[in-house]
Ligand binder design. Structure first.
Ligand code: HEC
Length: 153
């Protein structure tokens, strides 16, 4: 009897572990009519992500301005504020809805800002830092062409 219960427990555990694994890779998504992958989230979650996105646009705008002034200390400061330290997600539920490729791109972006901050602190010149900024912008455009966000309860 105990053995059978034990087996049921193991099977249930396996099913939920596999379920979580699938969720971790695929997130909560569906194919959108425009060919992109739609990540499905609640209205407030979408607002949170969008507000972070608008913050990213302000940051790359400010980095561009600092580069034009040759102010690499300012580049380092702005880049750091967009680094991994900022990536700690306040919403673990939301993290489960994001597909793995999306999370990879997002982490690559935050990590790239940390590398830019480190490089600026080590004395890279504005042209070198600008090349890093272009790589960062490539991450923005790659993600935007592959994913969109739709509201679903
Ligand atoms: C990991 C994926 C990902 C990365 C990386 C990413 N974005 Fe986004 N962003 C999205 C998605 C998805 C949307 C929603 C697009 C849609 O639904 O059509 C979005 C929307 C936006 C919006 C619109 C916000 C609004 O209020 O309507 C802006 C602005 C934006 N992103 C800027 C950026 C910038 C700048 C970067 C790079 C520095 C960036 N994003 C990097 C996924 C990403």
């Amino acid at each position: 009897m105990m053995n059978r219960l034990g087996l049921v427990a193991v099977v249930l555990w396996l099913v939920s572990a596999i379920g979580l694994g699938v969720l971790f890779v695929h997130g909560r998504t569906e194919k959108a009519p425009d060919g992109r992958t739609a990540v499905l989230m609640s209205g407030p979650e979408r607002e949170m992500v969008f507000s972070e996105m608008r913050g990213l646009l302000v940051a790359v705008r400010d980095i561009t301005a600092a580069l034009a002034e040759g102010d690499t200390a300012k580049v380092a400061k702005i880049a750091r504020s967009m680094g991994m330290g900022e990536a700690h997600d306040k919403a673990p539920d939301l993290l489960l809805k994001l597909p793995l490729d999306f999370k990879r791109l997002a982490m690559g972006l935050h990590g790239g800002f940390d590398q830019m901050a480190d490089a600026a602190a080590k004395g890279e010149n504005p042209a070198q830092l600008n090349r890093r900024l272009i790589e960062q912008l490539d991450r923005c455009t790659t993600c935007h062409s592959g994913f969109r966000i739709d509201v679903a309860q």
